[in-house]
Design a protein around this ligand. Structure first.
Ligand SMILES: Cc1ncc(COP(=O)(O)OP(=O)(O)O)c(N)n1
Ligand SMILES: Cc1nc(C(=O)O)sc1CCOP(=O)(O)O
Ligand SMILES: [Mg+2]
Length: 224
C-alpha cells in the first residue's frame, strides 16, 4: 500500500456535517457555512437522509469542499464515498470493517475508524486505518454512545498509546476544544457546537483559534 498517495489529515477542528442537527438547513447549506468559517475537513454524516438524496448531497458537499480546498469524508458509506469522489470514509463497529473499506477505496483515500482504547487503535492500524476517532471525550446529546465518557485524562492516555493520529469526539465545544488539543489530539471532531451556533462560520473560526491556543499551551508546558 502506498500511504504517500493519501492526503494528510489537516490538524485542527474536524467538522461533522450532520443531517440530524438543524434539519431546517440543507446539508449543502450547512457545509457552505462550515467551509465559510475555514473548515479544512468535513465528515458528511447522514443517518436519516434517503439514499438518492444522500448521493446528491454527497456529490454537492464533496464538490464544495474541494472548491474550498478542504477534505470531505463520508460517515459509514463507502459506496457514497466512491460515487461522490470523497477523500475517504469514517467507519465504526456497525459499519463495514476497515479492511473492507480499504479494499474498496484503495490506497489513495483515507480510512478513519472509531475505537475506545489503545488496543483498538493498534488493531485499527493493522487493519489499514489512517486515523482513529476516540470518544466520547465529554458527554454528548448528539448520539447515544455505547461507551463511557473518557474525560480529558482518559483521552490523553489513549492518545499517548495510539500508533495513529487521534481525532477526539463527543461533546467537544468552544469551552473545551483547547483541552482536547493540549491532550495531543490531531483533530477535534465537533458536531452540535458548530451546527447549533447562531453563526456557524464564526463558531468554526473560534473553534480553530481555540484549538491552536490549546496546541500552543501544550508546547509551552513541554518547554524547559
Ligand atoms: C471522527 C469520528 N470518530 C468517531 C465517530 C463515530 O463513528 P461510529 O462509531 O461509526 O458512529 P456513527 O457516527 O456512525 O454514529 C465518527 N463519526 N467520527
Ligand atoms: C457521532 C459521535 N460519535 C461519538 C463517539 O464517541 O463515538 S460521539 C458523537 C457525537 C458527536 O457530536 P457532538 O460534537 O455534538 O457531541
Ligand atoms: Mg458509523
Amino acid at each position: 500500500m502506498n500511504a504517500s498517495a493519501r492526503p494528510l489529515l489537516p490538524k485542527g477542528p474536524y467538522l461533522l456535517c450532520d443531517d440530524t442537527l438543524r434539519p431546517e438547513l440543507s446539508l449543502g447549506e450547512k457545509a457552505a457555512r462550515l467551509l465559510a468559517g475555514g473548515a479544512r475537513i468535513l465528515q458528511l454524516r447522514m443517518k436519516r437522509t434517503p439514499p438518492r438524496e444522500a448521493l446528491a448531497a454527497a456529490r454537492e458537499v464533496v464538490a464544495a469542499c474541494h472548491r474550498a480546498g478542504a477534505l470531505c469524508l463520508l460517515n459509514d458509506r463507502v459506496d457514497l464515498a466512491l460515487l461522490s469522489g470523497a477523500d475517504g470514509v469514517h467507519v465504526g463497529d456497525e459499519d463495514l470493517p476497515p479492511e473492507a473499506a480499504r479494499e474498496l477505496l484503495g490506497p489513495a483515500r483515507l480510512v478513519g475508524v472509531t475505537v475506545r482504547n489503545a488496543e483498538g487503535a493498534r488493531a485499527a492500524q493493522a487493519a489499514g486505518a489512517d486515523y482513529v476517532g476516540v470518544g466520547p471525550v465529554f458527554g454528548t446529546t448528539t448520539k447515544q454512545v455505547p461507551a463511557p465518557v473518557l474525560g480529558v485524562e482518559g483521552f490523553a492516555a489513549v492518545v499517548r498509546a495510539s500508533p495513529l493520529p487521534v481525532v477526539g469526539i463527543g461533546g467537544v465545544a468552544l469551552t473545551n476544544i483547547a483541552q482536547v488539543a493540549a491532550a495531543g489530539a490531531w483533530c477535534a471532531a465537533v458536531a452540535s457546537d458548530a451546527l447549533l451556533a447562531p453563526d456557524i462560520a464564526e463558531q468554526v473560526r473560534r473553534l480553530s483559534a481555540a484549538f491552536d491556543s490549546g496546541l500552543r499551551g501544550a508546547s509551552l508546558a513541554g518547554s524547559p
